[in-house]
Design a protein around this ligand. Sequence first.
Ligand code: RB5
Length: 145
Amino acid sequence: MIIGIGSDHGGFELKEEMKKFLEENGYQVKDFGTHGKESVDYPDYGRIVGEAVVAGEIDKGVVICGTGIGISISANKVKGVRAALCGDVYSARMSREHNNANIIAMGGRVLGVDLAKEILSAYLKSEFQGGRHERRVNKIAEIEG
Ligand code: RB5
């Protein structure tokens, strides 16, 4: 499974940690930047990861900014993206099981590294349950038009 990862400067350090964690756990990682602590604009990174997941270039995406808010809003503007901002393990699991989230967003200035690893693991190990949830996810797509 190829995981795309992207962040702004506020998420850079956590991105580096998550990238290492993913590689250690056997995932192939595509890093969309940013590659340093200089100030950049989070919409650029939410967009590029969002477009990659919709294009099928990556299987799932991880986006990180300071709070996770700006980058998740940005990724969600790409048609076909369902980005879930998660700060706990339960939400991460549900974002897959119920919402079929194709991107997880996290806050680099909010989460500790160990919690972020648990959240990311829960997200990646959980599967969409389909059924009634499929109907609801399809309705999200209808809103997109
Ligand atoms: C950048 O300072 C900060 O605004 C950004 O990382 C993010 O938290 C926005 O939602």
